[in-house]
Design a protein around this ligand. Structure first.
Ligand SMILES: [Ca+2]
Ligand SMILES: [Ca+2]
Length: 324
C-alpha cells in the first residue's frame, strides 16, 4: 500500500478541496460512523480534489450515503480538463455502479439507500487493452473488467471530482482515501486535534498558548502561530482514538499555512513524535497571502518501522517545522 490522500473531512471545512457548488461539511451522524464530519452534496454541487502527484493507476475508498433511491452521484477521474472516465452510482437504476467511457458501460449491482455504503474503485485509464476497472460496494465486486480500453486517453489521473447528478435528499460522502498500490478495504478516518502543549513551542502564538491557536474545527484563521526563522519546531499533544478494535493503516497530519510579507521560509514540514524521536515529512510548499492545506502521511511508526498501534497514536505529539 501507498497512501496518497487521507481525508475524512474531520477538519470541518473543505480545505484541500475545490467546492463546485453548495457542498458543506456536516456532522457524520447520518453516516453512522465513529468520527466527526462528512461532506454533504445536493443536486448541482460537487467537490474536486487534485492529487499531490499524477497517478497512472489508483485505488479509491470512500463511504457514500444516499437518503433517497432517486439520488445519483458521479465519481469522475480527470487529467486536467480531459475526463478520463467516470463511475455513476444510482439508488434506483440497475446496474447502479457503472464506468462510462469509450469502452462502453460496464458494471452492475445496486447501491443500498438509507445506509452508509463502502465504495471502492480500482481504475487504470488506458485507451488500449491495458485498461483496468473494478468497483466494490461493501467489499463485494459489482463491476470488474480488464483487457479493454477504459478511457479515450492513456493519461495519468490528477484530479477526482464527486458530483451530485440528482439529489432528492442529501448525498453524504466521507472517509476519502487514495492508494496507488493496493485495495484499501473497509476503513474510516478519525480526526484528532491539538489538545495541549508538547515538547517544543518555538513558533510565536498570536495570543495565548501555541496549541490553542491551532486546535479548532473548523479551522479559525483569526489566531495562529508564526515564525520567520528556519527550522523552528512546534509540537502539540493530541487527543485519543476511540477505544475499539481496529488496525491503523496510516496517519495524515494536516495544517493550514500561509506566507505573508518578506518570508525567509516558504515551506513547512509536518511532524510526529510517537515516542521520544521526532519525524518530519518532506518540505511542503506554503501559499502566499491565503491559508492553504499542507499534509504529511506516515504508514508505519518511524520509531519501529511497524504499523502504528492505538497506544502509540494516543501518546503521540503532532507538530510542524518551518523550512526555507
Ligand atoms: Ca468523517
Ligand atoms: Ca487558529
Amino acid at each position: 500500500m501507498s497512501r496518497i490522500v487521507i481525508d475524512g473531512f474531520e477538519g470541518g471545512d473543505l480545505s484541500g478541496w475545490g467546492n463546485l457548488g453548495a457542498s458543506v461539511i456536516v456532522p457524520s451522524g447520518p453516516m453512522g460512523l465513529r468520527n466527526a464530519g462528512c461532506c454533504q452534496l445536493t443536486y448541482g454541487s460537487g467537490i474536486t480534489r487534485n492529487l499531490p502527484t499524477p497517478k497512472s493507476e489508483l485505488y479509491l475508498h470512500c463511504r457514500v450515503l444516499f437518503a433517497d433511491v432517486r439520488d445519483g452521484l458521479t465519481v469522475t477521474f480527470f487529467n486536467n480538463a480531459n475526463r478520463l472516465g467516470w463511475v455513476l452510482l444510482q439508488g434506483s437504476a440497475v446496474p447502479a455502479a457503472q464506468l462510462f467511457g469509450p469502452g462502453g458501460t460496464h458494471g452492475g449491482g445496486a447501491l443500498i439507500t438509507g445506509e452508509s455504503v463502502g465504495l471502492e474503485i480500482h481504475y487504470k485509464p488506458d485507451s488500449t487493452a491495458a485498461g483496468l476497472f473494478t468497483v466494490k460496494l461493501n467489499g463485494v465486486v459489482v463491476a470488474d473488467v480488464a483487457g479493454i480500453g477504459t478511457s479515450d486517453y492513456t493519461l495519468p489521473i490528477n484530479n477526482i471530482t464527486f458530483t451530485a447528478t440528482t439529489s432528492f435528499a442529501h448525498i453524504h460522502v466521507d472517509d476519502f482515501i487514495l492508494d496507488d498500490a493496493a485495495w484499501i478495504g473497509d476503513a474510516f478516518v478519525c480526526g484528532l486535534f491539538p489538545s495541549g502543549a508538547g515538547v517544543s513551542a518555538q513558533f510565536t502564538p498570536s495570543a495565548g498558548s501555541n496549541y490553542a491557536c491551532v486546535d479548532e474545527s473548523p479551522a479559525n484563521d483569526a489566531d495562529w502561530v508564526a515564525t520567520n526563522t528556519a527550522d523552528q519546531i512546534d509540537f502539540y499533544a493530541a487527543g485519543d482514538l476511540p477505544a475499539e478494535a481496529y488496525s491503523i493503516k496510516g496517519i495524515a497530519v494536516q495544517a493550514r499555512a500561509a506566507i505573508t510579507g518578506t518570508a525567509v521560509c516558504a515551506h513547512l514540514a509536518l511532524g510526529i513524535r510517537p515516542g521520544t524521536v521526532a519525524a518530519f515529512s518532506g518540505d511542503q510548499a506554503v501559499t502566499h497571502d491565503s491559508f492553504g492545506p499542507v499534509t504529511g502521511i506516515w504508514e508505519t511508526n518511524p520509531d519501529s518501522s511497524a504499523p502504528f498501534t492505538p497506544a502509540a497514536i494516543n501518546g503521540m505529539q503532532i507538530g510542524l517545522k518551518s523550512r526555507v
